[in-house]
Design a protein around this ligand. Structure first.
Ligand code: PLP
Length: 532
């Protein structure tokens, strides 16, 4: 299986190259040359598979065995998910006959990004070790320097994914004093020698700008082999397809036998990575209804499904004439709003470009395939250029119709989020949702009003409630019998704030100063110039 860029180009890459490169040089994202369909007997064969078995089976469809053998893949997958606390890795909890929760937060940092980043770290290590084993005696080993900025959640998942990995160093910038105490502690208490937390006196945007400048600095980038772990990496999407199958088999065992219901996945969405994995599962042939995209008030996606316009600034008459509140006013100016579900606070969704490619390809359904392939790349390239220059693009109506065939979208406010946390706590059996999961549960309730009786919902739960204590406490403050320490706080978080920390402080948001830190920590003796 080869991979090519969503913005065209005729240099397909191997899986290894796509994973190590991350973003394509023309700005596009890598996608597989075709979406494989499931083996004929998958339902029979896979139904008793564990998470690891399913992961090996699915990944094998996207990675040629001559790139990674099945045995090697199994070793990598096994190692990646041995860090999860639950034997099922991503267990499914039943809320009622029509509603299940797929819990993705049982990894080391208690949030869904662990599912992908635990695997990504092992893939990096595997590829580098293999390249280095092929070197002649005396040749310098290859290494990777991962640099990223975080406002909290991604940073800790990336650090836990890469800690202790050979030939990999990781530098994570966070705005000093502006991430939650738990998130800061999760990152800075990892004391492996290859992990470097940089606390920058500045904002998250300033941290992000420093990282962007470093990546754009060609000599520096080439010297240190900068790598990114952000959500556009293909391996992250691939890793996430697996739990859709896990949920399918789990719910099938419980209900599908009786009256052949249809599964409806509801996915709290920010950068469109989690729900895109569901789209791949659906396109491979996993039976399900439309995927439900749940956004917070950073709702570029739900606006797209309403209007066919993908735009940073809401240009609908409702928004421009009469902003509902101060936060809507902010959106008129094209700014990200701070919500109670911060991991979904985005202005644009980077992985949406991958879906746009499939929509462009499908809507040009005439002519030979190679022409359709390159015209889809050109179409996406044009759309993304519009996005860059005007902050908006409007797709043709047939493209919107295709998007509506596989997805629907709902926007959920902070008030609805709090209300939902409270409702699920008070019901019996009680369930404590984190605010991101609560966005999903709220959207599930909204769409269920028009669901037929055969639909069973699976809401993806993306974080443990202890990670977002502020929102959970706010929602349950007045609820009888709620006790955060007793009901929410996991054993692993106790004493976390007092643990030994390692962090490098940088006193101003300066690219030069961050560069110096990286240079001083990555011994230049280990460095050799290389392009991947
Ligand atoms: C990243 C994240 C999301 C959003 O996932 P996307 O793949 O960006 O759509 C939702 N919830 C939590 C807790 C996250 O960390």
């Amino acid at each position: 299986m080869k991979y090519f860029s969503t913005r065209g180009g005729d240099n397909p890459l191997t899986f290894e190259e796509a994973v190590l490169t991350g973003l394509a040089p023309n700005g596009g994202l890598y996608i597989p040359e075709r979406i494989p369909s499931l083996p004929e007997s998958w339902q029979e064969e896979w139904k008793s598979y564990s998470f690891v078995d399913l992961s090996v089976a699915i990944l094998s469809l996207y990675v040629s065995p001559d790139e990674i053998s099945t045995d090697e893949l199994r070793t990598l997958v096994n190692r990646s998910y041995s860090t999860f606390r639950h034997p099922d890795v991503t267990p499914v909890t039943k809320l009622n006959d029509k509603k299940f929760v797929l819990e993705l937060f049982h990894g080391p940092t208690f949030a869904f990004k662990d599912v992908a980043l635990q695997l990504l770290g092992n893939l990096f290590e595997f590829f580098l070790a293999r390249r280095n084993a092929r070197k002649l005696p005396g040749e310098r080993p290859e290494s990777l320097t991962v640099v990223g900025a975080t406002s909290g959640d991604t940073g800790s998942a990336a650090i836990y994914g890469l800690r202790g990995k050979k030939n990999v160093s990781i530098f994570i910038l966070h705005p000093k004093g502006r991430v939650s105490p738990v998130q800061e502690a999760q990152m800075t208490t990892v004391t492996d020698p290859n992990v470097h937390n940089i606390a920058v006196r500045g904002t998250f945007d300033e941290c992000q700008d420093i990282v962007k400048t470093l990546f754009a600095n060609k000599p520096f980038n080439e010297k240190y082999h900068l790598g990114a772990v952000n959500s556009i990496n293909w391996a992250r999407i691939l890793a996430q397809t697996v739990y859709y199958f896990v949920a399918y088999f789990h719910v099938s065992r419980q209900v599908l036998k009786t009256d052949s219901p249809e599964l409806q996945f509801v996915v709290p969405t920010g950068n469109f990575g989690d729900v895109l994995a569901g789209y791949y599962a659906k396109s491979m042939g996993l039976p399900m209804g439309k995927l439900v995209i749940a956004t917070n008030s950073n709702d570029i996606l739900s606006r797209f499904w309403r209007s066919g316009r993908y735009e940073k600034v809401d240009s609908s008459p409702r928004a421009t004439v009469l902003p509902e509140d101060a936060s809507d006013l902010k959106k008129v100016h094209g700014e990200v709003q701070a919500t109670l579900s911060p991991a979904m606070d985005i202005l644009v969704s980077s992985n949406f470009e991958r879906l746009l490619w499939y929509l462009a390809y499908e809507s040009s359904n005439t002519g030979p395939d190679n022409v359709r392939l390159s015209s889809a790349g050109a179409t996406v390239d044009g759309w993304m250029r519009n996005m860059k220059t005007d902050g908006r693009v409007e797709v043709p109506v047939e493209v919107l119709e295709l998007a509506r065939r596989d997805f629907m979208a709902e926007r959920v406010s902070d008030d609805q989020t709090l209300e939902t946390i409270k409702q699920y706590f008070t019901r019996s059996p009680s369930y404590i949702a984190d605010p991101h999961t609560a966005v999903g549960l709220s959207a599930a309730r909204i769409v269920s009003a028009t669901n037929t009786s055969s639909i069973v919902q699976v809401v993806l739960s993306t974080a443990h409630p202890a990670k977002f204590s502020e929102a959970v406490t706010k929602a349950l403050l007045t609820s009888q019998g709620f006790n955060f320490e007793r009901d929410v706080l996991p054993q692993e978080f106790r004493g976390l704030l007092e643990k030994e920390r390692r962090v490098i402080e940088v006193n101003e948001p300066s690219e030069e100063m961050v560069k110096e830190v990286i240079e001083s920590k990555v011994g230049s003796a280990d460095i050799e110039v290389r392009n991947i």
